[in-house]
Design a protein around this ligand. Structure first.
Ligand SMILES: Cc1cc2nc3c(=O)[nH]c(=O)nc-3n(C[C@H](O)[C@H](O)[C@H](O)COP(=O)(O)O)c2cc1C
Length: 204
């Protein structure tokens, strides 16, 4: 019996017996994301990144904490083409930029949603810094991305390879411009995905 079903069953039987309901609080989830403002493909100059919007929606729907990953000494250009060139160079050289994030103690989180834009068909290199340097062993990691055509780009497989001691859940790809312009569509996609993860017992 899945844990969720078990909890529901337990809740119903407790209620019918008029005994105070026992709940087993699952540990709080965390949503970690990297995202860029400035000029982005298909959306012009944006003040909140596409992935940031999706990350906030996930955190709200799951009552998770939220933590943005930023690059220390962020020298990324604010224009799209220049950013593409820098990102390509980082990918080619497999650089591991220094990162920072507001929540550094991850020990209390068993489930971590991890999101980023697809950059050249891959996670931005700063995300690999996080995968390799944060202690993610034993945790359930659930990838998501925003993109403009490439889809999930094997973010799940790449994450599993970078974090061999973690479990990796089913990922989700959202079209970047939908985050800016079609929030109802994103909302529906997130609900469907979270429902599937819940059915798999991954999130509650
Ligand atoms: C450097 C760079 C590389 C990109 N490479 C891809 C790509 O390979 N495939 C794709 O579908 N979109 C690509 N995009 C588009 C972004 O994934 C998309 O605009 C994303 O939603 C941006 O998210 P953000 O606003 O959170 O940074 C690229 C964008 C940038 C800036």
């Amino acid at each position: 019996m899945q844990r969720r079903t078990f909890l529901c069953t337990l809740g119903v039987s407790c209620l019918s017996l008029c005994v105070p309901q026992i709940t087993f609080a699952a540990s709080k989830a965390l949503v970690v994301y990297f995202s860029k403002t400035g000029e982005q493909y298909g959306v012009g100059v944006i003040s909140k990144g596409n992935t940031a919007i999706v990350a906030e929606m996930i955190a709200k729907k799951t009552s998770a904490d939220l933590s943005e990953i930023t690059r220390v000494d962020d020298t990324y250009p604010k224009t799209y083409q220049a950013l593409c060139d820098v990102a390509k160079d980082e990918l080619t050289k497999k650089v591991r930029p220094k990162y920072s994030m507001s929540i550094t103690d991850l020990s209390g989180y068993q489930t971590i949603f991890i999101g980023a834009p697809v950059w050249w068909g891959d996670w931005p290199m700063v995300m690999y810094s996080f995968f390799e340097q944060a202690n993610l062993a034993g945790k359930m990691l659930i990838p998501f991305c925003t993109h403009e055509g490439s889809g999930l780009s094997e973010f799940d497989k790449k994450l599993a390879k970078a974090c061999p001691k973690s479990r990796v859940g089913q990922g989700l790809a959202i079209v970047g411009r939908d985050a800016q312009k079609h929030s109802a569509k994103v909302d529906t996609a997130l609900d469907g995905w979270l429902k599937k993860l819940a059915a798999q017992g991954v999130v509650f």
